[in-house]
Design a binder for this molecule. Structure first.
Ligand code: C5P
Length: 213
């Protein structure tokens, strides 16, 4: 028997994280938010005062990441997301993290992985591949609402306009990089959540998954 793997890719704030968590829970699979692995490397470098663009230093940090101890609350910070997308352009950092992500994915009974390159690079043989998108306006509105809820603890300029500009800049960096750019796998099914509630997106995803079980 082989592991059942669900690959979920998409841009920042598309809703793929919430969706992945819920799918994993309902199907009894493990879940890995691979964005957290890039964020953990960025966080390690920032805390040590190391540069974000030195590949050897970043690879050393990537080798020390513990997938079982990724602290979501710390890593969720906006500036760590920005730093992560810089760290993520380095090929040796990617291959180091991808190796760990594959080990996670391939343990039985299987797993849900979400990120940018799961269906294209990390798990090209995944039984189900979803590509979750939403318009930049909608994603910025969702992020903005999250920041309001948290009381903007980070103290950064979190106006709607700034958040929208950041989302567009991050899309450009993630889609434009040479190694493993964000794009749908050729056999992925796209779900546009712009006009969908979380429940509706979940139902749409489960229908696609059922067709592959
Ligand atoms: O999804 P999240 O916002 O946590 O990801 C942070 C950054 O990590 C992304 O902007 C992207 O540059 C990088 N990333 C990646 N490949 C993945 C997951 C995240 O390059 N599979």
């Amino acid at each position: 028997t082989e592991p059942f793997i669900i690959a979920i890719d998409g841009p920042a704030a598309s809703g793929k994280g919430t969706l992945s968590h819920r799918i994993a829970q309902v199907l009894g699979l493990r879940h890995l938010d691979t964005g957290l692995t890039y964020r953990a490397v960025a966080h390690a470098l920032l805390s040590a005062g190391e540069p974000l663009d030195d590949e050897a230093t970043a690879v050393a940090a990537a080798k020390r990441i513990d997938l079982g101890a990724l602290e979501k609350s710390v890593l969720a910070q906006h500036k760590i997301g920005e730093a992560a997308s810089k760290v993520a352009v380095m090929s040796l950092v990617r291959s180091t993290l991808v190796e760990q992500q594959r080990l996670f994915a391939n343990a039985l009974p299987g797993a849900v992985l979400d990120g940018r390159d799961i269906g294209t690079v990390v798990c090209p043989d995944a039984q189900v591949k979803l590509y979750v998108i939403a318009s930049p306006q909608v994603r910025a509105r969702r992020r903005w609402a999250e920041v309001q809820e948290r009381g903007n603890l980070s103290g950064t300029d979190a106006s709607f306009e700034t958040i929208l500009a950041d989302i567009e800049a991050r899309d450009a960096r993630d889609m434009g990089r040479a190694d493993s750019p964000l794009k749908p796998a050729q056999d992925a099914t796209t779900i546009d959540t712009s006009d969908m509630s979380i429940d509706a997106a979940f139902e749409a995803a489960m229908q696609i998954i059922e067709q592959h079980r």
